[in-house]
Write a protein that binds this ligand. Structure first.
Ligand code: 5GP
Length: 208
């Protein structure tokens, strides 16, 4: 199987933890490898070619690096939803709920009202997609503001969990650079889903 840069990096530097957790702290979730983040951003921009994007939205904390690099490429503002256990008032913010897969608890997630508008066409991005709770909450915030979701861009989708299937069945344009099909904690093995091959564009070699 031909692997892309992110799949190769996961095989090289990722570790599998008990409880179906993939740890990629050395390049995304703790230390940030700028070259990998840059490649993720370019690849997402390529996959969403032709889609209108006025804002990039993510959720704190690990989505911010990817979102910032992508916002730079689109030259649009980047917003990150904040997590809180106590955000109940909706006077000045849009609030939604998301169950955290990694922390096993409910979080309120919110964005202050001025930072999401009805005119926004929002590209949602995150580091991981597991059960889709974070993505759904972010989509909900965009819809509360009257805006439209242009798509959801993910670095690593865990294909054994329900988020990807759910979002695709909803008709959402979802792009995940690496999709983990199976991972085995004891053997430390990982298998990726085959993805459509990247088409090479025509190269216009200038005649010398
Ligand atoms: P979901 O909301 O789709 O169930 O989970 C996505 C969120 O949980 C992501 O924002 C990510 O931070 C975290 N997450 C889920 N699975 C993993 C994992 O295997 N490894 C890491 N590092 N984070 C994960």
């Amino acid at each position: 199987m031909l692997m892309n840069f992110l799949e190769e990096k996961i095989l090289l530097d990722g570790t599998i933890k008990q409880g179906n957790i993939l740890k990629i702290d050395s390049f995304l979730n703790h230390q940030i490898d700028i070259d990998i983040i840059r490649q993720i951003a370019y690849e997402l921009k390529r996959r969403f070619k032709g889609v209108e994007v006025t804002k990039v939205l993510t959720i704190e904390a690990s989505g911010i690096a990817i979102a910032t690099m992508l916002g730079n490429l689109y030259d649009v503002p980047v917003v990150f939803a904040k997590k809180s256990e106590t955000a109940n008032s909706t006077d000045d913010k849009y609030v939604s709920q998301a169950y955290s897969f990694t922390h096993k608890k409910m979080n309120s997630v919110f964005v202050s009202r001025p930072y999401l508008q009805a005119s926004d066409r929002v590209l949602i991005v995150d580091d991981f997609l597991a059960d889709g709770q974070a993505a759904l909450a972010l989509m909900d915030l965009v819809h509360q503001a009257g805006g439209k979701v242009s798509g959801v861009g993910i670095a690593v989708e865990k294909g054994q969990q329900k988020g990807g299937k759910m979002l695709r069945e909803m008709g959402c344009k979802l792009e995940s650079i690496a999709i983990v099909e199976e991972m085995d904690w004891e053997k430390q093995t990982i298998q990726f889903r085959e993805q459509p091959k990247r088409k090479l564009g025509k190269t216009n070699l200038k005649k010398k």
